[in-house]
Design a protein around this ligand. Sequence first.
Ligand SMILES: Cc1ncc(C[n+]2csc(CCOP(=O)(O)OP(=O)(O)O)c2C)c(N)n1
Length: 469
Amino acid sequence: MIRRAQGFYEHFVRKDGTKTRSTHYCAGCGHGIIHKLIAEAMAELGIQDESVFISPVGCAVFCYYYFDCGNVGSAHGRVSAVATGLARSLPGKVIIGYQGDGGLGAIGFNNAFQAANRGEHFAMFFVNNALYAMTGGQMAPTTLPGQRTTTTPWGRDVVTTGNPLKVCEVFDQLESPVYIERVSVADTKRIMQARKAIRKALEIQRDGKGYALVEILSPCPTNMHMDPVKAAQFTIDDMEPIFPLGCLRDRSGEPTATPMAIPRSTITEVIGADGNSRDPVIDPDLTEQGLKFSGFGGQGILSLGLIIAKAASASGRFVSWFPSYGPEQRGGSASCSVIIGGRDIGSPIVDSPDVLVAMNQQAFERFVPTVAIDGTVLYDESIPVTVTAPEGVSLIAFPATRLAIEQGGVSKAANTALLGAMTEMGLIDLPEDVVVEMLKDSFAAKPELIPKNMEIFQAAKDWAREHLC
Ligand SMILES: Cc1ncc(C[n+]2csc(CCOP(=O)(O)OP(=O)(O)O)c2C)c(N)n1
């Protein structure tokens, strides 16, 4: 029966609201056939409601107009990174990646390769049309020797541009993938084989077995500058000798498929190692709090975030701690993000912090405009106020460095002063005794520094109570 594949939307609604039943692909392009095979398999396997499809950048950028399932768009070359995130945060769902040879084989090769090496639980449909189609037919890593493209007008010269990248063969060197097969959609017989391979890759996802890669040789009449029949013939005659069809690996029948990676945040590992963590307690009423700490490397900004994150973890909260370093060494910029909440944390990135601690002008200028409405900025009093804060954001100057020095400490103990002020002002909603315990714990290797830091902590609390509360 000839009919619309069930896994597609009834109508394809474009951004401007127009409804159509045709895709945007050129006549004779393989993408449309591959889409149909995926949509059919998804519907036939009954996994449509469980599936999330990741659209690439490339000719297939509009996949989300077509597939009637969950849809996420990714940046060019980053499908495997997005698929990894989805697979790990949505265990039990079917994650489907889709990418061209430019996206997977060039800009995105490393993240694709590493994801395969980790045995991430997703299916990757890799469409090899031997060129970059969407951008007008440039050379891809898979372009054949001697093949003319807009960037190899005299034919690909393997001496200067290397040989075609055989992605399946390269990935077949890895331990973790469960299934690797190369197919083609150049004629009916081949389409039938492609259909089976696509189905198998999705079954592997449905059954939670691990990573599956299906490479699909696909004609591109427009950029191959051929009519659809000749482009399909080119795929068979010229591409197949270099990219032979066939199954390179099928471990789907083995009981020991790659286990699912269990998400663990960095902080869990750090804290787990020193025995201070508690199992987090689910508390849906606890509003997630995002904190950002930023300053120069060596100001103790990362340790400040870590002490707070450890205190949160020791108090049974869900927590993430995510450091970010500038390219420089000590003295360069450093920042970290901490999220504290009552349920699993999706992403450790804090785009609009509720609390920003800024310890230099650069941090102040960069992050103050990002602070959430009703948020608070605690900054060292020495920083000139050079940018306006968004409405509702409180700017609080605090003599962190001065207090640290006055208490007989050194300027790098400013982080202890900040911790005291934050505790006193209620910027961190954690029991003070746990915060103090984690402050002391951070000096485990140099216990002689604990008394001085406790004095700084107390002096900061006193100052904050007197001037800020
Ligand atoms: C980061 C980034 N780099 C480059 C581009 C430009 N760009 C868009 S699609 C594309 C190549 C597409 O080729 P391929 O991945 O093989 O997919 P096809 O269009 O052939 O299906 C490029 C280079 C981009 N959008 N983003």
